[in-house]
Each structure stands twice: as structure tokens, then as C-alpha cells.
Design a protein around this ligand. Structure first.
Ligand SMILES: [Zn+2]
Length: 170
């Protein structure tokens, strides 16, 4: 193997669909935080709400963000970038895990290409990312946002963005 690819981003483990109930309490808490912040999404144009949450190292603090749209469209910010920008602006630069929550009936909603690169900036090692389906009707019925048998996509930034551009810094 060429030395020129030995430092490429490669995932630690393969992407898979798991159940919410199989996740540890810390990851469940992160998904719930992403669900909660999604309710603040400012989406007058698309109506498509997204919430994201990242856990910082070493504090274990959760930073959350929602998507924020704009009438001029180009200045829109995704939930993932909102969360990470909040975190970095408060001094966090390392993250152990992330969660993204949105809702499309027939497909999970992983981060867009821009956000994948944004997350990659802070990934010196692979960061697990959990993607959940947000069912808003559970707010009205005051149910838990996730049930134990709900499907969750367990992926990671190196699964989402392999062989990625990282840094030219020494
Ligand atoms: Zn994005």
C-alpha cells in the first residue's frame, strides 16, 4: 500500500441500523437533545426541521443546534454546523459522538456534504454519528421522543466521508 493513502480516513466499524433501546444512556440522551433542539428550527421556506447534537471531549458537555434558513437561501445554516459552531465558539474542539434527527417517511436524513466536511475538520479520529427519525406527534401525545424499537442509523464521519480532505497543517 502506498504511504500516500495510509493516513486516509477509514471507518472503525461499518454502518448499521440498530434500535434506540440497544444504545447506551449517553447516546440516547444525545438523540433526545437533538430531537428537542429540532423544535427550534427556523425553516419558513422548506418546513424541513433538523436537530443535531455533539458531545464534547473532555467535558462531556452536549452542544445542540437546529437549521436556520434565510430568504436569500445561500446564508442558510444546517443543524450540524449550528451545533459545532456553538461548541467551537465556547472553546470545545474535540467531539466523541454526534446525533442528527429529522424526518422523511422513507429514508434516514444523514448530514449534507458541506456538514460532513465541517464535522471532519474536528475528527482526528472517527466520530460515531447516530441518525434518528423525529416523530413530532409524540410531542402532542407526550410520549418519549424515541421508543426502544425505533430504528437508528449508526454510522460515523469516516463512513460518511471516506478518503476526505483533512489538513495541510504540520
Ligand atoms: Zn448540512
Amino acid at each position: 500500500m502506498s504511504n500516500l493513502i495510509k493516513n486516509f480516513a477509514r471507518p472503525d466499524k461499518a454502518e448499521e441500523v440498530v434500535t434506540f433501546g440497544s444504545l447506551d444512556a449517553s447516546t440516547q440522551e444525545l438523540l433526545k437533545a437533538a430531537f428537542a433542539v429540532r423544535q427550534h428550527a427556523y425553516v419558513p421556506y422548506s418546513g424541513f426541521k433538523v436537530g443535531a447534537a455533539f458531545r464534547a471531549i473532555p467535558s462531556n458537555q452536549i452542544f445542540t443546534g437546529c437549521n436556520v434558513e434565510n430568504a436569500a437561501f445561500t446564508p442558510c445554516s444546517c443543524a450540524e454546523r449550528t451545533a459545532l459552531t456553538k461548541a467551537v465558539s465556547e472553546g470545545a474542539r474535540e467531539f466523541s459522538v454526534g446525533a442528527v434527527v429529522a424526518y422523511q417517511e422513507d429514508v434516514f436524513t444523514p448530514p449534507c456534504g458541506v456538514c460532513r466536511q465541517f464535522i471532519r475538520e474536528f475528527a482526528t479520529v472517527d466520530i460515531p454519528i447516530y441518525i434518528g427519525q423525529a416523530l413530532d406527534h409524540r410531542l402532542e401525545t407526550k410520549e418519549d421522543p424515541f421508543h426502544p424499537d425505533d430504528p437508528i442509523l449508526s454510522t460515523s464521519i469516516f463512513n460518511l466521508l471516506p478518503s476526505s480532505f483533512h489538513t495541510y497543517r504540520k
